[in-house]
Write a protein that binds this ligand. Sequence first.
Ligand SMILES: Cc1cc2nc3c(=O)[nH]c(=O)nc-3n(C[C@H](O)[C@H](O)[C@H](O)COP(=O)(O)OP(=O)(O)OC[C@H]3O[C@@H](n4cnc5c(N)ncnc54)[C@H](O)[C@@H]3O)c2cc1C
Ligand code: FES
Length: 348
Amino acid sequence: MSTLSVVTPQQVRVVEVIRETSDAHTLVLEPEGEVGDTFSYKPGQFLTLRIPSDRPGGAARCYSLCSSPQQDEKLKVTVKRTRDGYGSNWICDNVVEGNVLDVLRPAGTFTPTSLDKDFLLFAGGSGVTPVMSILKSALAAGNGLVTLVYANQDESSIIFRDELIALSKQHPGRLTVIHWLGTVQGLPDQPSIGALAAPYTDREVFICGPGPFMDCVAQALETLGLPPERVHIERFTSLGTDPFAPVAAVVHDVEGESTEVEVQLDRQTRSLSWPGGNRLLDVLINAGIDAPYSCREGACSACTCRVLEGEIRMERNEVLDAADLDEGYILACQAVAVSEKVRITYDE
Ligand SMILES: Cc1cc2nc3c(=O)[nH]c(=O)nc-3n(C[C@H](O)[C@H](O)[C@H](O)COP(=O)(O)OP(=O)(O)OC[C@H]3O[C@@H](n4cnc5c(N)ncnc54)[C@H](O)[C@@H]3O)c2cc1C
Ligand code: FES
C-alpha cells in the first residue's frame, strides 16, 4: 500500500511592521480565513515561516511568538537580522503591511506547564522573544513572581525596552527586570550569573539567547544545584530542510504488522492504523490530521506529543532530554511503533 500526501501551509496577513531596534522588526500577524483552533498557542511556542528562495529546497525559518496568548489579540514575531543571514534579512528588507506569508501552525515545547509559578527568565538579544511571551502570560494569567535577566550589547539594542518599562510599572511587586549590557559590564560569566540567580533557586527557569550565553547560564545554575527538570532552554537554529516543500509522505508496510494508534489532538480523538516501519507524523499527515511539525528531522521539538499507552522507538532525537523521555514525550516525526497498540496525546 502506498499513499501520497501534500502538506498545505496556513497563511497569515501582516497587519503591521514595528521597528523595535535598528536591526529587529516585529511582524503583527492575523490568520487568513477560517482557521478554528489552528493558531491557538502556548507562551513560548514558535511559528515556521516560508521564505521565498530560488534555491532548490527553498527556505524556512522558525520565529518565536513574542505575543502572549493570554493578553494579545494578534500574533507577533520579532525577527532580528543575522549578519549575512538569508532569511532574517529577507524578512527585514521585504516584508511590509498587507503581505501574506505561508506558515506552519504554532509548535514547540519551550512553555511552562503552569503560569502560577515563580519564574526566573534569562534572555540574550533576540532570545527575548519566547521569554517575553512567557513573562507577559505569567503576569496576565498567573499569580507568581517573575525576574528577567536580559543581556544585550548596549542600550540601543534592547528589544521591547519600552514594553518592559511599562510592565514593571504595572506589576511593581511581581516583575523585576535586571539588564546586563555588554558595553558596560562585559560578557556575563558564570560567577556573575550565579550571583544574580542565587536568590531565585526555587524558581522555574527559562533560557534563550546566543549559545555561549545559554551555556554559561546553564552551568551557573547547575553549580547552584538547580534540578535539570526546572531548567528549560530554547536554541535558535536555522532549518536545514524545507518543511513546506511538496514532499509526499509515503506510507507502506515496510516492517511487520500494523499498530493500532489512538491520537488525541485539538480535543478530538482519532483511531487509525500505523503501518510497521513508518513514522507517526507521516501516518497522521496521510490521514489528513493537522499535526504540528517544523523540521521533520528530530531537531526542533515542534512535533512533540506524549505516549499514554504502548511503546515506540525514535530514529533520532536531538531535543528531548531524559526527563522529557521519562514523562513519555516523543517526537512524532521520528517515532516508529513497537507495540501492537499505542495511545498518543498532543493535548497534555
Ligand atoms: C524555535 C526557534 C525560534 C526562533 N525564534 C527566533 C526569533 O524569535 N527571532 C529571531 O530573530 N530568530 C529566531 N530564530 C532563529 C531563526 O529561525 C533563524 O535561524 C535566524 O533568523 C537566522 O536565519 P538567517 O536565514 O537569517 O541566517 P542563516 O541561517 O545564517 O542563513 C544563512 C543560510 O541561508 C542559506 N541561504 C543563503 N542564500 C539562500 C537562498 N537564496 N535560498 C535559500 N537559502 C539560502 C545559506 O546557505 C545559509 O545556510 C528561532 C529559531 C528557532 C529554531
Ligand atoms: S518536526 Fe522538528 S523534531 Fe519533529
